[in-house]
Design a protein around this ligand. Sequence first.
Ligand code: GDP
Length: 193
Amino acid sequence: MKITNVTFLKSAANESGFPKFAYPEFAFFGRSNVGKSSLINMIVSRKSLVKTGAKPGVTRLVNFFIINENISFADMPGFGYADLPQNIRGKFMPLIKNYILNRDNLKIAFLLVDIRRTPDDMERNIVTELAGRDKPVAVVATKCDKLPKSRRLEAARKIAAEFMIDVDSIFFTSAKTGEGKREIHRLIGEYCI
Ligand code: GDP
């Protein structure tokens, strides 16, 4: 899978704004600050297609991108931003849930977790919702450059245990070193003709 063309299509605040096409779609989920923008930029080899380090506000959107004119990426709003009050933090979840429930062309949900953190309820809820829709989830460990290699397996085992997945299915990535890019391209390529 070689990405040659990337264009931003639109942002949507709710289901009525989701584009109505049937391109195979790949969605990216994760807590605020997990490194989602950086990872998407790495995957598409663009420095700043998605703005990194953006401070999450109250209005969060799903951003849609068209890749190679025949697949799409959905950049989901980051959730769980710690500085926001609990009631506003929770506000982002219905949009995510709505997306999961309605997006028939979703092929794979990439769920990003910081390699140094243990996943919590919010992340587990997403996995449960996706499983209910029979949508495959690929767990992506981010910021792997920040953890010594010697501690990687132990960290990955913790993450795998929380999601009840095989530790070998976790993607190890770093937007800093480019680790994991090839593997993610390969996975996406399997769903595209
Ligand atoms: P988002 O909120 O999930 O979109 O996260 P960002 O991509 O904006 O990244 C949040 C912060 O983590 C920024 O300061 C990034 O520079 C940093 N960051 C993201 N990915 C990596 C990575 O792979 N390695 C390191 N060392 N820092 C990263």
